[in-house]
Design a protein around this ligand. Structure first.
Ligand SMILES: [Zn+2]
Length: 490
């Protein structure tokens, strides 16, 4: 639980849940402590220094002094809770989160979700199965319904919302998205999944670090030799990473694939000067994949696959692009090692590029690849996170219109790795049958066509100091053993 949170609850009405009874007993005790603190210190101060909450609580730690923090009182109504919106102090706000205590109903096989409404607006937000404890709902989609004094309603479906005090966090990020934006992606498709809506129509440059020459042997029917198959796949995906952003108006001249080898970044980091070969073959030259680039920022001559070269390339990219906004993966939440080490490489390159920038940090792999939950088109809360405390300086929900969500879906569809290979399509499988490969992309629970198109793209916002600290903390705490990445979804 976040240290600055208000861990109290006034829940009732859900006596059929044993878990909930234990939870409430604990919460009533906390409420008495909080009420006493309230009398002595005044309302805004009671959140500081209270004991940590239940196991299962999100452990985001919000940085004091950034954004507006407010306690709202949730009143119990049939099936949920309601409260009254009052105008934020900063009229330039763009993102709002509400910390609420949830208890998923036992024995319900469906994903729990909440119906959130204000004024004439209504949105759906799914949470993970078995949700229990503090979760941060994202109410940004209700923004135009938030008139001063508007009633905000929350109705749970398969999940109980606890009444009582809850923390509202309102952020006015004032991002300059008209300036130069740099999107950093670990693999072809990551930029689109995380930020297609953000980069579409902007002055963005998109840089993908690896060519994506690992994972499933999608094209083994055409290339029985594994090394040849993966080299072909890498080039195919490198071309995808350079061309798919054109669906969002970013010309191929501003998209670059650095050509480093998929599933190798962590090993490269461990021995920065050592040349690490491809996963499935002897090739050590990344220029094989860089030939996919049209823009000339990187050069096309032979270049070996080393960490030092990667960092050197990123320094070059920073100096050429001069971004004021840099978009990159979250090393803790974006759990694929190549994603985490994309952030590590970027931060190392920042040592040689000191211009001011804002950092938007994303995750494509939270919640064991199940997040965001629920169907495409529904909005998402913060990813559930019960590990070590994670600092949140600010949070930004970037609106993506229905038209842009459709465009994003079809941009993802241009990615060869997210759809069937020609051989699989040629099988003309009977209904219900699936091709014989492990990460067949039409497994609904992890499918990017479900997870990608959403009404908002979500980013943790960091200062330069904040993102440096985030990565330093990750490196200090990461497991020492290399994590096999070959079988992981990218
Ligand atoms: Zn990836």
């Amino acid at each position: 639980m976040a240290k600055n949170e208000f861990p109290v609850s006034l829940a009732d009405g859900f006596d059929r849940q044993k878990e909930s009874r234990r939870f409430r007993a604990h919460s009533w005790k906390q409420l008495r402590v909080a009420a006493l603190a309230l009398l002595v210190l005044g309302w805004p101060l009671v959140s500081a220094g209270l004991p940590a909450g239940e196991s299962g609580d999100d452990t985001y730690r919000f940085t004091p002094g950034i954004g507006e923090q407010r306690i709202v009182l949730l009143s119990e109504v049939l099936g949920g809770a309601q409260w009254i919106w009052t105008r934020p102090g900063d009229s330039g706000w763009d993102t709002v989160l509400l910390g609420v205590r949830l208890s998923a109903l036992e024995g319900d096989a469906a994903e729990p979700w909440l119906e959130l409404s204000a004024g004439s607006l209504c949105i759906q937000q799914y949470v993970e199965r078995g949700s229990h404890g503090l979760r941060w709902l994202n109410l940004t989609g209700l923004k135009s319904g938030f008139a001063d004094g508007a009633m905000v309603n929350m109705v749970g479906h398969g999940v109980a919302v606890e009444a009582g005090p809850a923390t509202l966090r309102i952020f006015a990020n004032r991002l300059n998205l008209k300036g130069r934006i740099l999107i950093l992606a670990a693999h072809p498709d990551d930029a689109e999944i995380a930020a297609f809506g953000l980069y579409a129509g902007s002055n963005a440059t998109i840089v993908t670090l690896t060519c994506g020459n690992a994972g499933d042997a999608n094209y083994k029917d055409q290339f029985p030799d594994p090394a040849e198959q993966y080299q072909f796949k890498g080039y195919l995906r490198a071309v995808d990473s350079v061309t798919a952003p054109w669906q969002g108006g970013i010309p191929p001249e501003r998209c670059f694939n650095l050509g480093y080898f998929d599933a190798r970044l962590q090993d490269m980091h461990a021995a920065p000067a050592e040349v690490i070969p491809e996963m499935y073959g002897p090739n050590r030259d990344i220029s094989v994949y860089r030939r996919a680039n049209i823009g000339r920022m990187l050069g096309s001559g032979p270049r070996s696959n080393t960490w030092d070269h990667l960092v050197e390339d990123l320094v070059r990219v920073f100096k050429k692009v001069k971004p004021s906004v840099i978009v990159l993966p979250h090393p803790f939440l974006d759990s694929h090692p190549d994603h985490a080490f994309t952030a590590v490489a970027a931060v190392q390159a920042l040592e040689k590029w000191k211009r001011p920038a804002t950092f938007l940090v994303y995750t494509n792999h939270a919640g064991e690849n199940l997040y965001p939950y629920g169907p495409a088109g529904t909005s998402a809360p913060l990813p559930p996170w019960a590990g070590r405390e994670l600092t949140v300086e600010s949070f930004y929900a970037h609106p993506v219109s229905p038209g842009l969500q459709r465009r994003k879906l079809f941009a993802l569809d241009t990615m060869h790795d997210l759809r069937l290979s020609p051989a699989e399509q040629a099988l003309c499988l009977p209904p219900g049958a699936q091709p014989d490969r492990e990460d067949y992309p039409r497994i609904q629970s992890v499918d990017y066509f479900r997870r990608g198109p959403r009404p908002e793209e979500l980013f943790f916002v960091f200062s330069r100091e904040g993102v440096l600290k985030l990565v330093q903390t990750y490196l200090a705490e990461m497991p020492t053993a290399s994590t096999p990445a070959t079988a992981q979804r990218q």
